[in-house]
Write a protein that binds this ligand. Structure first.
Ligand code: PMT
Length: 399
């Protein structure tokens, strides 16, 4: 069982009666060997004293972005942490986090944090059930944050129902499970293609497409967080993955992407092909800028190499090849055809018919089709969350 020894944890406490549980949570985390930095909203101090939390965490508990002692650097803390937990997370704090209203140290640090963020809401049942709160929770999840579900039972108001903050032991267990799952790809090599390709027409123009690279980069980051050594072959994209464990190889054309993918596939346990590769390129790229002379201009196009098909042909037992299908019509039929033809082990279907799915969005809506005709349909969610779903599905096949 993963322990929390040496983990650096930011614990954000907002103003709720459940704040007393955060003292137990702090104690449990410290007992597990974690280093805990407590952050409080000003109203949390009405429920529990900074001195109690400072004593338990063996560090001053910060409740202001700046204080008489100086500037409590939320950016540095956000970069320092391995995880941030907001417990209790009140309706107000959830709302502020969801719109980025950084008027306290918790939200300012949350916006600077690069680590996984967990939130354990605590509020009365009607506040919890309110569509605004539910929308804020959904939005925070879509940004890739992790909800630690509320419990049901007696509430401070005297009413009974859902809204209780999870117990400290449950929160610790949640973190343990998270980090255990995190390392589920340790020792594995994962090859990912992402982004568009640009096929030159002349030194100025190219044939390209609308892919931003977001889906593939989210997959690379998720795989690296799970401990994989990732090679990301990235077409022209403004994105730069930050996660350690990712070797990014930038390419421009389908030919270049093909060459790099073929070179690295033999050592990979798993390849996921999220790139939108041009199927055709100009037969000849002009060395000089093409001048505007006649009313029409014919470009002769020739097929690019099919990277997926090449990898599918050379796939060895034990290797997994996962493709994407971007469709606009006859989605299932076309995806099944690609699954067979390119020798994928499974294929991730996204359709431009679905609002918020496909190119450039921060969200995607996918179905995963397997060889045995099994299909898993997923809701519209952030590309970070879609990446986790895909890896969960693929890991089951790797096992
Ligand atoms: O980058 P984003 O803006 O986040 O958008 C994400 C995405 C829409 C690009 C992504 O989710 C996606 O659907 N990627 C695949 C796009 C695509 O080209 O699909 P396709 O149905 O044309 O290709 C089928 C599969 O063959 C894909 O895995 C593709 O990577 C692969 N292929 C295609 C052509 C080719 N020459 N070589 C290939 O490897």
């Amino acid at each position: 069982m993963t322990n929390l020894k040496g983990k650096k944890i930011l614990l954000g406490i907002s103003g709720s009666i459940a704040a007393y549980k955060s003292a137990f949570l702090t104690r449990l985390l410290v007992k597990e060997g974690a280093e805990v930095q407590v952050l409080m909203t000003p109203s949390a101090k009405s429920f529990i004293t900074p001195l109690t939390l400072a004593t338990l965490s063996q560090k001053p508990a910060f409740s202001e972005v700046s204080s008489e002692e100086g500037w409590n650097n939320h950016v540095e803390m956000g970069l320092w942490a391995d995880a941030m937990i907001i417990a209790p997370a009140t309706a107000t704090t959830l709302a502020k986090m969801s719109i980025g209203l950084a008027d306290n140290i918790i939200v300012a640090t949350y916006l600077s944090a690069r680590c996984p963020v967990f939130f354990a809401p605590a509020m009365d049942l009607d506040m919890w059930a309110h569509p605004t709160t539910q929308e804020n929770v959904r939005r925070l999840q879509n940004y890739g944050n992790h909800l630690i579900p509320v419990g049901e039972g007696e509430l401070a108001s005297g009413l009974a129902g859902p809204g209780r903050m999870a117990e400290p032991e449950e929160i610790v267990e949640y973190l343990r499970r998270f980090w255990q799952q995190e390392q589920s790809l340790a020792g594995r090599k994962v090859l990912i293609t992402a982004g568009p390709t640009y096929e030159p027409i002349d030194p100025v123009r190219f044939i390209g497409n609308r892919s931003s690279g977001k889906m593939g980069v989210a997959l690379a980051e998720a795989a690296a967080r799970r401990g994989a050594a990732v090679i990301l072959v990235l077409g022209p994209s403004r994105l730069s993955p930050q996660q350690p464990g990712i070797q990014t190889i930038r390419v421009e054309t389908a030919d270049q992407m093909h060459k790099v993918a073929v070179q690295h596939f033999p050592a990979a346990d798993l390849a996921i092909l999220a790139a939108a590769v041009a199927d055709y390129r100009p037969q000849e790229a002009s060395l000089q800028k093409i001048k505007k002379k006649s009313d029409t201009l014919n470009l002769e196009l020739t097929k690019t190499p099919d990277i997926a098909a090449s990898l599918g042909r050379s796939k060895k037992p034990g290797q997994l090849l996962v493709g994407f299908a971007l469709e606009t019509q006859n989605e299932l039929t076309n995806a099944r055809e690609k699954l067979e033809k390119k020798n994928f082990d499974c294929i991730v279907l996204n359709s431009l018919q679905d609002a918020g799915a496909g190119f450039n969005y921060d969200t995607n809506k996918v179905s995963i089709l397997h060889k045995n005709n099994k299909i898993r349909n997923f809701e519209l969610k952030s590309k970070a969350a879609v990446a986790e779903d895909i890896l969960n599905e693929v890991e089951a096949l790797l096992r």
